[in-house]
Write a new protein. Sequence first.
Length: 363
Amino acid sequence: MDQQKLRLMFTGGGSGGPTTPLLGLAETLKDHEEYSMEFLFLGTSRGPERRMVEEFGMPYQAIPAGKLRRYWDWKNLSDPFLVLAGFFYGIYYLLKFRPQIVISAGSFASVPVAWASMILRVPHLILQMDVRPGLANRLMKPCSNAAAFYFESTLNSFKGVQKREVVGPVVRSNILNSDPKRAEAEWGLDPEKPLLTVTGGGQGAGQLNRLVELWLPVWLQNWQVVHLTGKGHTGENKVHPDYHPLEFVEHGMGDLLARSDLVITRAGMGILGELSVLAKDALVIPMAGTHQEINMDALVKKDSVFQADPDLFKEPIDEKWKQFFNNFKPGPMGEKLHQVWSGPGNQALSAMVLSCIEKNLRN
């Protein structure tokens, strides 16, 4: 039987956070039995999403992207023109590609494309990962036919959107098919020793790098440590068979997380969603004054992540935290994080996307 072809447009970028779940969704949809899928991704010219998307094998087009700030910056004079240019680029690619739906996961690169989709009556779906919607998703809400969420508490922020569902974390296949043995082989990890992974995301995090500097001698008494430093950072100047500083992991991140016994991380819902699917223990250090604090609070209320406090960064080493690391037993907290959602949200989000397309095709 011939498959009906569907064209899906993804928008987002500026960081890997909004890009990863969109690629996870594309992986789930591309092998659909009833439909053949054609994809196009619109993103920024400078963000990491271009490399991620092109490695996936999806066509990519860079469009102008301006940020709408709520504080003074000289760029506020030029960025509205970039937003306007992004709108006309969105119109152009929507008319050229003729997608049945546009799917966005935040980022200011998405906003003008969402506005263009409303003008051309192309269905638009928002994936809202964080508890509190960012400005970009709030600006896209009036254009959207559907919104998918990680947290039920976010539903009320999108009143007026026709279709709203909680789907849970949407992850890449490298998470779903991860293998800790591959990580041991790739990085020479000891299969008998617990693994502590420290990651600040694709850009790294200076605060987490300083934490490693403070705690590494203590950790290496009982742990092996993989330290994702971020691009341009080399990690601690320490040669030790159990210390593995890496700028970033391009391939095999799912395997690394699957092998980890404890992950120290920021509170972005990309990484926390992956850790939930893998049932891994997380010690969370959110970026101060951001939506990440609200993400962490929501999960702390469910007793599903460990919360850092200022004592963790004190010198000399805090005895309470020293006992935490020395006596750590992995498993129970990770299982609680796993139970926050019923499982990966890939299938639920795929069903939402197809439902929006099929409804539009019937009209």
